[in-house]
Design a protein around this ligand. Sequence first.
Ligand code: SF4
Ligand code: SF4
Length: 512
Amino acid sequence: MTQLYDNWSRLLAEIVTPEGRVDYLRLAERREILDRVIADFAAISPDAMPAAFTGEEDHLAYWLNAYNAFTLHAIMDEYPITSVWKTRDGQFFQRRRHLAGGRAVSLDDIEHAILRSRFAEPRIHFAINCGSNGCPPIRPAAFQAEGLRDTLRTATQQFLASEWNCRIDYATRRIYVSRIFKMYAEDFAGVSGTSAEYRLGVLRFVAEHTGVAFTCIADFEVVYNTYDWGLNDSRRVPRLGPILFHESVEHFAEADGGLRELYLYEGNFCNRTCAWCTINGSPKGTYHPYRGAVLDQAVATVAADGNLKFYGGEPTLHADDVIDAIGYVRRRGFSGLISIYSNGVKAAALIRILESDPRSEAVLNYSIYHGRDAEPLADHAKAQLENWAAAHPGRLFQGYKVLFHAGSGTAMAYDRDREAGYHGIATGCVRCFPVLTTAGKFRACPFAAEIDSPHYDLGRVGSDPGQVFENYRHFRKWADDTLDPAARARGVSSCEMCHQHLAELPVPDYAR
Ligand code: SF4
Ligand code: SF4
């Protein structure tokens, strides 16, 4: 089968740069070869001609090569574009436009129904390339069956050698890894049960492919970096800002026995009034100070080594209260991570909060930080935060850019952010961890903290933490069985359903 890939290897050698990026202008000049490659894959596949693909490696090599070739072909149909999310129909991964051995397939079909389903090989994620900067470098030659596992091991090692994909911070005992490890967590954790197993699965995999002893990092936190969806175009340098994004550290897993993460909500009093704010924050908002009983309940409800997230409203407007509250939960035995969600306008106050506790981090509002769809941060505040972030790596991050698809932003159209759909925000409920408000109520969702409805009522101060967790489980099931289907039937996002059509939904059992 090696001759099947001759054209493909020849093309790759011409268009892939030493950094594993793609020279798309050159590829446009070689379009005729690309078309021949695509015709080669259309004519034959392991499914259509099994006798020609004798071993598992033959099958695997074919589908890895086909995925990468089809990706380039789909991009060339739209080029110039700046991201695979900017294609005309927004169906880059879903449209069955590629022929493999005569059968129409989509990129999603190849990745999920074929590569991930048929081969127990997590290293496929470091071999397939979807045309984005966050992907592994594209190989400058076709994958061949012979020695394929060694090739995959080398590709994985190369991927993890980049600090954008794997950085071990021994001082803070954290590992920052590519979001690929979160998107496909089950592929790295084997038979998954708890969120602890997912974490250990990632750590084992990283240890095995970096040469770092697993025992040295076994108790490190795993933090997921942003996925850069910018096109891997050799003529465009990726923009990597000084303040990085990270995903939540904690996750819900079915076998968990309690909450790994809990939001603390002080009200919606804020020095900004963002039109799309999930909780309608404004200077006219409310503020309920932190009380001992609420903080005791929080410590009793979240895992001691989990994650407490302070948000609002704007926490820096009550910086001393937040500092006192952090000190309080520490004295009560909470040893995990503290996250502060802030708009960064009061940069000095935010830094003061962070400096009060070494196990704390802050997450800035994406739109305000970048000045997109919001008044930007003042230059002096931005500079102050960026300087502090540079001196304190891993403590200050930017938030998630598609969150305005939740909350009151649900009714707004943001055409450029189709990736919100990919991350589930524009489609289904994102199932965040619950909230404990400083007024003393557990709510099922941080984006619904201001919706005073029994649908989100998980308990209150004094409730048994086990019962709160059980109620949260039922909430997730309600989101699966009732909320998401109702939203689909109505043709709106699930967040829009919550914010505008909640009365149409039956109240879940736990809240009756
Ligand atoms: S999004 Fe943040 S900064 Fe904007 S109004 Fe809401 S709480 Fe305030
Ligand atoms: S769908 Fe509702 S519960 Fe889910 S994230 Fe959106 S507002 Fe929250």
